[in-house]
Design a protein around this ligand. Structure first.
Ligand code: CP
Length: 315
């Protein structure tokens, strides 16, 4: 049987990404439907989340599915020693698809190999966050009118930030030029730079972060320093406030440039920027609903044609 899990965005072709963007557009036009009536979606969150869990659950609810799951592993039998495999096997008895966030890199891949139902990776450690990448790509497409030949500036924690790692792999189909802006301690790992070289992805590295450096950006993708991934909290304290985007730094920005951030924001973007036309991070999070509706449907074998021909729309 075909495995419909979404573990890594690197598994998707350009055509598949464009297809999912089209599906997200359909859901943005008409988000409320009964397409998933009778289905159960499980959300298993072994790590904290606001946007990812709530937008997946909203996506399922707006499509008529029912939702089960947990937001805190401390309330599960994992605390009694139950393994991830047994947890996944149990939940597969109850749900048609499992959305899972886990602190271990590779947990989603493992779950997809043992589960009889599709797994959607909602973030595994510092590795991948493919549903975030789908909403990031959808946001870039909406604001720039294309995914091709964009200048994408990734700022902040490029070492532990799984969203930037996912984005690199997805963008290999679209001839981007990446600019990596990070302190040395949080630089893009060599393995991802090698990935860029192997796939012909252009990149430039910077440690400076100012108006001149970001003047050429189509997308300025800010990230939070991932405190939870540091083994040395002293090192976190040293780097946590290194890059703060201030309003005056946008003086030379292209008029069409958009600021994205996967959120949560801690101290990376000054609040005065929220009302600036370059700011797009709240709309970006909203796009997550439509992108995740598309991903749940895809995992359950519902096609773009099914969505286009759907007669269950609720106005
Ligand atoms: N972007 C993101 O993953 O946010 P949450 O951790 O709140 O889900």
């Amino acid at each position: 049987m075909e495995n419909r899990s979404l573990v890594s965005i690197a598994d998707h072709t350009r055509e598949k990404i464009e297809y999912l963007i089209q599906m997200a557009q359909e859901f943005e036009r008409r988000p409320n439907r009964h397409l998933l009536e009778g289905k159960v979606v499980a959300t298993l969150f072994f790590e904290p989340s606001t946007r990812t869990r709530l937008s997946f659950e909203t996506a399922a609810n707006r499509l008529g599915a029912r939702v089960i799951g947990f937001a805190d592993p401390k309330v599960t039998s994992g605390t009694k020693g139950e393994t991830l495999k047994d947890t996944i096997m149990m939940v597969s008895n109850y749900a048609d698809v499992i959305v899972m966030r886990h602190y271990l890199e590779g947990a989603a891949r493992y779950a997809s190999e043992v589960a009889p139902v599709p797994i959607v990776n909602a973030g595994d450690g510092a590795n991948q966050h493919p549903s975030q990448t789908m909403l990031d790509l959808y946001s870039m497409y909406k604001t720039q009118g294309t995914l091709d030949n964009l200048n994408i500036y990734l700022v902040g924690d490029l070492k532990y930030g799984r969203t930037v790692h996912s984005m690199l792999t997805a963008m290999r189909h679209f001839s981007p030029t990446f600019h990596f802006i990070a302190p040395e301690e949080l630089a893009m790992p060599e393995t991802y730079k090698k990935y860029c070289r192997d796939h012909g992805i252009k990149y430039v590295e910077h440690t400076e972060f100012d108006a001149d450096v970001i003047a050429g950006a189509d997308i300025l993708y800010m990230t939070r320093v991932q405190k939870e991934r540091f083994t040395d909290l002293m090192e976190y304290e040293r780097v946590k406030d290194r890059y703060l985007l201030k309003l005056d730094m946008l003086a030379k920005a292209k008029p069409t440039m958009k600021i994205l951030h996967p959120l949560p924001r801690v101290n990376e973007i000054e609040y005065s920027i929220d009302d600036d036309p370059h700011a797009y991070y709240f709309e970006q999070a909203r796009n997550g609903l439509y992108a995740r509706q598309a991903l749940i449907c895809d995992a359950l074998g519902i096609t773009l044609e099914d969505v286009k021909n759907d007669k269950t729309i609720i106005l």
